[in-house]
Ligand binder design. Structure first.
Ligand code: CAA
Length: 287
């Protein structure tokens, strides 16, 4: 299947990044969200990030203008009926994702591919909430989407070869390198490895082994990563980190290796969710 029309459901941090890159690489994009306010914020973010790429001479201003012209914003589902590939990028909540896919199964054209940007929820379970499990797949982008080169593709139990090939080709056209999680296991590849690492950094803080700054400096300079684990946790969102740890813990039969650190749970209870909340392990000028 040659994909031209691309739908994105959810206009948050990930959704606007996916829509941005898809429009920039020539797809005709509909970004859908139930909140008109969120859509307006997404439009401003995309315009700002495109302008940043123009300023850094990564793209021309003509390319940015063309990308904006290919982007459509919609508060209702109807325009998605025209899309050949729809990527869901809503909050990491199982029931919400099931509901969205039940809706997409009704709205999407027969044969359209339904992908989820979930970072850890079972693709097989999501697929069971549609009329077309063979056309459901995981297409997991990394944040910030315009910068990060990876798309992790996850095959559910029923995902067909055709679906996989079409989604892989679309991700490559978006300029991404793909990896395949051929088994639909909790956390797939990236979060199976990344989240226990972040969680362990929170345990190191919880146990008073070192300060926030020293844990981050140790890992940043000691292992040459762009962000220390606690900075990265704030960047991803502590609620998302906790949700992924819970999926890992539950999905791996309660293995204590995946137990979320109580301090991570406390921060989420406090609403200290990281950068987006103005406060997490660091203070970003929030209340
Ligand atoms: N849109 C477009 N361009 C952007 C951007 C955005 N949203 N954010 C940053 N950039 C660009 C900048 O313009 C800059 O471009 P040049 O290279 O052309 O100068 C470049 O990216 C670097 O940005 P900055 O100079 O502002 O800052 P930095 O050097 O500190 O980089 C960072 C910022 C790219 C976020 C870097 O710190 C980084 O790579 N951090 C790690 C991010 C990471 O690990 N992400 C994955 C998280 S896990 C995940 O997403 C999956 C999950 O399921 C949880």
């Amino acid at each position: 299947m040659d994909i031209q029309r691309f739908g994105v459901v959810g206009a948050g941090q990930m959704g606007n990044g996916i829509a941005h890159v898809a429009a920039l690489t020539g797809f005709d994009v509909t970004l859908q969200d139930i909140s008109a306010e969120q859509l307006e914020r997404a439009r401003k973010t995309i315009e700002g990030n495109l302008a940043r790429q123009v300023k850094k001479e990564r793209i021309t201003s003509a390319a940015a203008d063309e990308a904006l012209a290919r982007l459509h914003f919609s508060a209702d589902n109807a325009p998605l009926a025209d899309c050949q590939l729809i990527v869901e990028a809503a909050t990491e909540n199982v029931d919400l994702k099931f509901r969205i896919f039940e809706g997409l199964a009704k709205t999407a054209a027969p044969g359209a591919i339904l992908a989820s940007n979930t970072s850890s929820i079972s693709i097989t379970a999501i697929a069971a909430h549609t009329d077309r499990p063979e056309s459901v797949i995981g297409m997991h982008f990394m944040n910030p989407v315009p910068v990060m080169k990876l798309v992790e593709i996850i095959r559910g139990l029923a995902t067909s070869d055709e679906t996989y090939q079409a989604v892989n080709a679309a991700a490559e056209r978006m300029g991404k390198t793909t990896v395949l999680a051929s088994k639909d296991m909790p956390g797939f590849i990236v979060n199976r490895v990344l989240m226990p690492y972040i969680n362990e950094a929170v345990f190191a803080l919880y146990e008073g082994i070192a300060s926030v700054e020293d844990i981050d400096t140790a890992m940043k300079l000691g292992t040459n990563v762009p962000m220390g684990p606690l900075t990265l946790a704030d960047f991803i969102g502590l609620d998302t980190c906790l949700a992924i740890m819970q999926v890992l813990h539950e999905g791996m039969g309660g293995d204590s290796k995946y137990r979320a650190c109580p301090l991570l749970t406390k921060y989420v209870e406090a609403g200290w969710l990281g950068r987006k909340a103005g406060r997490g392990f660091y203070n970003y000028g929030g209340k």
